[in-house]
Design a protein around this ligand. Structure first.
Ligand code: AMP
Ligand code: GLY
Length: 434
């Protein structure tokens, strides 16, 4: 079987590695903008091309007789790559543009949730005009401001974090009006977590919940990043969540998939990513993504016991209910090594040397290979994942691996440590009034 992965980051390296473990022994092909050495090693052949160049990617897939494709990042989904591959007769385990809107148009996504009475939707309004927007910001008092379109996680600003007060919120929101509509919503207070599911249009197979760490520096300080690292607990429930929290979040995603079909006439096929805030009133949706999270894919895919190629085929053909999708009940801790100065002033083109990383799994992200050596690009460079029976053991494995990478690198030592996890638990106890 010939299969294609589009994307060249850590998430796509994890996807390719899961494909490579398949008992079906597939031939893997890849499209990436830069040569990711981890993906290159796993595939028969690859095309170095912009991941949004739909025509070139379809041409490459046809020339390699690809039967099944999966798209890692959001930008190609917004460019209609899943539609084009399917039109060319290739099965796709990623959503078409109309339903991927759930990620790339935040205004559409919020209105969709409201119109379909999906639980967990924060109070919000969408604006194209300043006066009414200012009045709503003033009325809510504590807000998050979001441009409608894709911004690589850098366009959202929240009061108390990046926005000191209502005036700053008004000013930032106004500055976005030139680019399109702006979503203003209530500032949700709680702990964030990620719930991902394989979806075949109708059925959902859920993965363990994961917590990502957006801030660049230890103790959740500094600017937001694409995600500095993430962990999950053995089983599917993070230490600060209850079984009820996870059940309610699953129901929100089930209702979302159903409503997407009702509203668009198109089935959502592929991985669906729910980013939730657990609040005193239960889970609220921060956003949906139409793909795996990066880093969250690197936590869950190594735990997948079911053959990933079978999962992909079932998503594409609508037969997920016939497959028993299982994850091993282990903890994982994933930590990214990023260039010094990331995200604001990262160093670039510095060599990364991987030493003895013990039993950790290594995923290459935004690096390139030249003459057998690996160099940074300015984005997140290399991720290491510890897998063990407890979060503490998994953390040790990941931390030890990081300490054996050399280069001009920075990482967060606190991710997955007992101290940081206890803070999450205490925070939720306080919020729940326990
Ligand atoms: P996003 O790009 O939607 O993932 O948002 C980036 C970050 O902004 C999220 O990870 C949250 O930490 C924060 N955020 C987004 N929406 C809200 C909200 N309504 N209330 C509080 N924080 C939010
Ligand atoms: N980890 C956040 C994301 O993939 O969007």
């Amino acid at each position: 079987m010939n299969i294609l992965v589009v994307g060249g980051g850590g998430r796509e390296h994890a996807i390719a590695a899961a494909m490579a473990r398949s008992r079906k022994d597939p031939s893997i092909y890849a499209v990436m903008s830069k040569k990711n050495p981890g993906i290159a090693e796993l595939c028969e052949d690859f095309l170095l091309e912009k991941e949004t160049d739909v025509d070139k990617i379809v041409g490459f897939a046809l020339s390699k007789n690809v039967e099944l494709a999966v798209v890692g990042p959001e930008a190609p989904l917004a460019a209609g790559l899943a539609d084009a591959l399917e039109d060319a007769g290739i099965s796709v385990a990623s959503p078409k543009k109309k339903v991927a809107q759930l990620e790339f148009d935040k205004a559409w996504a919020r209105n969709f949730m409201k119109n379909n009475n999906i639980a967990g939707c924060p109070v919000f309004e969408v604006f194209t005009e300043k006066d009414a927007m200012d009045a709503f910001i003033y009325e809510l008092g504590n807000v998050a401001i979001k441009p409608s379109g894709l911004t690589g996680g850098k366009g959202v600003k929240v009061m108390g974090d990046q926005l000191p007060d209502v005036d700053a919120a008004k000013e930032y929101a106004s500055s976005l009006l030139g680019q399109g509509s702006v979503v203003v919503e209530e500032n949700l207070v709680g702990e964030e977590f990620t719930l991902q599911a394989f979806v075949d249009g109708r059925n959902l197979a859920f993965m363990p919940t994961v917590q990502d760490h957006k801030r660049a520096f230890e103790n959740d300080l500094g600017p937001n990043t694409g995600g500095m690292g993430s962990y999950n607990a053995p089983g599917e429930i993070l230490p600060f969540l209850t079984a009820g929290d996870v059940e309610s979040s699953k129901q929100i995603m089930i209702d979302t998939v159903k409503a997407l079909y009702k509203e668009t006439g198109q089935k959502y096929r592929g991985t669906l990513y729910g980013q939730f805030m657990i609040t005193k009133d239960g889970p609220k949706v921060i956003e949906f993504n139409a793909r795996f999270g990066d880093p969250e894919a690197m936590n869950v895919l190594p735990l997948l016991e079911t053959d990933y190629v079978d999962v992909l085929s079932a998503m594409a053909s609508g037969t997920l209910d016939k497959l028993d999708v299982k994850f091993s009940k282990k903890a994982t801790v994933c930590k990214y090594a990023v260039p010094a100065g990331y995200p604001d002033n990262p160093t670039k083109d510095r060599e990364v040397v991987v030493g003895d990383i013990g039993s950790a799994i290594l995923f290459y992200s935004s690096v390139y290979e030249k003459g057998g050596r690996v160099f940074t690009t300015g984005s997140r460079a290399v991720a290491v994942v510890g897998v063990a029976d407890s979060i503490a053991e998994a953390e040790k494995i990941a931390q030890n691996a990081l300490e054996n990478l050399s280069g001009d690198l920075h990482y967060r030592s606190d991710i997955g440590t007992a101290g940081l996890i206890q803070r999450r638990i205490d925070h939720m106890k306080q919020i729940r009034g326990q």
